[in-house]
Ligand binder design. Structure first.
Ligand code: F6R
Length: 651
């Protein structure tokens, strides 16, 4: 995958590592540039341990996790098996947990997960695989659990245990309240955990209420533990697990007492750690412009005073006296950071023609730019940057929108059925030849009659759902004034599995993006820089764009193209990282809302609402208003709403 660098590297800019005086971490951590590097490192370590044991004619016991965190570890182990001959003949595995009740052949079972991601692709002996049995009658569960712990002991205990962390702080399915001495047992799942599982089950009602999990004491008996957290949605809980007091309210804090544990994070997951978020509280810093801006914005918001009103005393009382020492007085510093923020604000996202652009986020020339907005799902364009899109069109730029995936799994069956039967009746009423349409619609009807939450949609139904989202996206784009010929549906193949689990990206996906880039030769590209879920669709779509950029480096348009990143539906960039803030007028906010309304299948109750009760348009408006409010609190002009962007700089 491409090497890339953003201008803000939190660890470098934190700059405390060399001089750190005080550590807040109670578990050894390692922060990786990206989740892939961290996961691959764990896979290589496991491979090494397997080989050492093979040299000694011994077996090795691995404790395995499911969920999104370890997927890349498994991918790498499979790659090493296939390409480097790594054998698993001496490997014995124990999985952490399984939903209860759960049939092993169900789509969401951890048995299926492990087979798909690991066991089906390596030479492990079937009898060496152990996964809690979610299919047992309840009266046998307790004995099964006792037996599970005994078996682990029988094989000499777990040599290497890998863990993810849930947003409740669970490890395995040891939810808040789990006690230190707990063993393998049947547990109740926390509400938040069940909500997070909706992405796998489709709807909340289908998510089991219980699970069988290894206990805390079972996990802590492992000789070595790696815990992984990737993505910004894990930052808060990781901070608590690593820096907080040991408490059963956050079971991951029990790991603090383990003698051989490592906590692996990517930058996004590490962003709430003291040494990253407020490094001046941890020790002496190497103050560069980015860190100075971060500190001053933090101070201004903390004490609720606009930047230009901050006084030396405010700096000194809040752990920032070092800055005063470096700059004699804070006033010049205040002005410098205020101006830096001021320069991010522009009503001309495509550049202001005939204006001095020295301090503007975008270039004035060429006055009319070719722009591609990549929208991972069919509604991200209007949700995340609808106001900017309206301005780009209105200011005369050639705006293209490229919808990366079909988004077909996020359409309710009833909506698809309504369109399918409409199509059938339309064909019949118009006297057109209806044989093929009838066959397809009858097939859909039969499938829906018997569909269970386990079934993947048949091709015909997926097509109807995909077309619904296409029409909605087209309506939204046309409403914003985009020319019909500039609307592109990429239908990237990695997405088309019919289920929640997607395939890995391949050259086919990347070529589709390269072709569009080479055809349009853009001056500006917008992409969803959603780093929240490293294995989610947004992240995969972003990685495909990065890779396409890497592979088109030698093209003439490349050096003249800026890549801007908007955030996905839920979060906004931290203010100190924003490089372009586009104000949206009250009228534009309403217009953007209408464009989002074009996505009717996602209104009221979307199939995948995530952990948020609000509708997408409400989330977008709240977020855009919050950004404007933050700028205002820092002492800048008061706008109705703002959309924010960060520029990606390739190495
Ligand atoms: C999975 C497990 C859970 C997950 C945790 C994080 O076997 O026991 O503790 O590790 O819920 O899930 P992801 O990795 O999907 O964020």
């Amino acid at each position: 995958m491409a090497t890339k660098t953003k201008n803000v590297n939190p660890v470098e800019s934190a700059g405390t590592l060399k001089y750190q005086l005080k550590t807040f971490e109670k578990i050894p951590i390692k922060i990786w540039d990206n989740a892939d590097d961290g996961a691959i490192n764990i896979a290589h370590y496991i491979a090494l341990r397997i080989k050492h044991k093979q040299q000694d004619n011994d077996h090795i016991v691995l404790g395995l996790a499911t969920g999104s965190s370890p997927i890349k570890v498994y991918n790498e182990l499979v790659r090493m098996h296939k390409e480097e001959g790594l054998s698993f003949y001496n490997v014995i595995t124990f999985n952490l947990d399984e939903y209860y009740p759960m049939k092993p052949d169900s789509e969401q079972s951890y048995v299926k997960f492990m087979n798909e991601y690991l066991f089906n692709h390596i030479d492990i002996k079937k009898e060496n695989i152990h996964i809690p049995n979610g299919d047992l009658p309840i009266e046998y569960v307790e004995a099964f659990c006792q037996e599970y712990d005994k078996k682990i002991d029988f094989y000499g205990g777990i040599d290497v245990q890998i863990l993810g962390i849930g947003r409740t702080g669970h490890i395995g399915f040891n939810e808040p309240g789990s006690w230190l001495s707990s063993k393998t047992r049947l547990v109740k799942l926390d509400h938040l955990t069940r909500r997070d599982a909706i992405k796998d089950f489709g709807k909340e009602d289908d998510v089991p209420y219980r699970a069988i999990t290894m206990g805390i004491s079972t996990i802590l008996k492992a000789k070595q533990i790696f815990i992984m957290a990737w993505g910004s949605h894990k930052s808060e809980i990781s901070q608590q697990a690593i820096e907080g007091e040991v408490t059963e309210i956050i079971p991951a804090t029990f790991l603090q007492s383990h003698p051989n544990v490592k906590y692996y994070l990517d930058h996004a997951a590490a962003s709430d750690l003291t040494k990253i978020n407020t490094p001046w509280l941890a020790g002496i810093c190497n103050w560069d412009d980015n860190l100075t801006a971060k500190a001053i914005i933090w101070l201004s918001l903390k004490i609720n005073k606009p930047i230009l009103k901050l006084r030396d005393d405010d700096y000194i009382k809040n752990g920032l006296s070092e800055l005063i020492a470096l700059h004699t007085t804070c006033y010049q510093l205040n002005i410098k950071i205020f101006n830096k923020l001021q320069h991010t604000i522009t009503g001309w996202p495509g550049g202001k023609p005939n204006a001095d652009d020295t301090n503007r986020p975008e270039r004035a020339q060429p006055a009319k730019k070719r722009v591609i907005i990549f929208s991972p799902h069919p509604d991200d364009d209007v949700i995340s940057m609808g106001g900017t899109l309206l301005r780009l069109v209105q200011q005369g730029h050639e705006v293209h929108i490229a919808y990366q995936v079909s988004g077909n799994i996020a359409v309710h069956d009833v909506d698809a059925w309504r369109y399918a039967s409409f199509m059938q009746e339309y064909v019949q009423a118009s006297g057109l030849d209806s044989t093929d349409v009838d066959t397809a619609v009858n097939k859909i009807s039969k499938f829906l009659d018997k569909k269970s939450s386990n079934d993947k949609d048949i091709k015909e139904l997926r097509m109807v759902k995909g077309l619904i989202r296409r029409q909605e996206a087209r309506s939204g784009a046309l409403y914003c004034g985009v020319s019909p010929k500039n609307i592109h549906f990429l239908d990237m193949p990695f997405y088309e599995t019919g289920g929640v689990r997607k395939n890995n990206i391949t050259d086919q996906d990347i070529n589709i993006i390269m072709d569009l880039l080479n055809e349009v030769k853009p001056h500006q590209v917008y992409a969803a820089g959603d780093l929240a879920d490293p294995h989610g669709t947004h992240r995969v779509c972003l990685d495909a764009i990065f890779e396409a950029f890497e592979r088109t480096r030698s093209e003439k348009w490349w050096n003249d193209c800026y890549l801007w990143m908007y955030r996905g539906a839920w979060h906004e960039w931290p203010v100190d990282e924003i490089e372009m803030a586009v104000p949206i007028s009250p009228d534009e906010v309403l217009k953007k809302r209408k464009a989002i309304f074009m996505h009717q299948s996602q209104k009221d109750q979307p199939v995948f609402p995530g952990d948020d009760e609000r509708e997408f348009w409400q989330r977008a408006e709240d977020r855009n208003r919050d950004t404007a409010l933050l700028y205002n609190q820092l002492g800048l002009a008061e706008y109705e709403a703002m959309e924010a962007f960060v520029r990606w700089k390739f190495k």
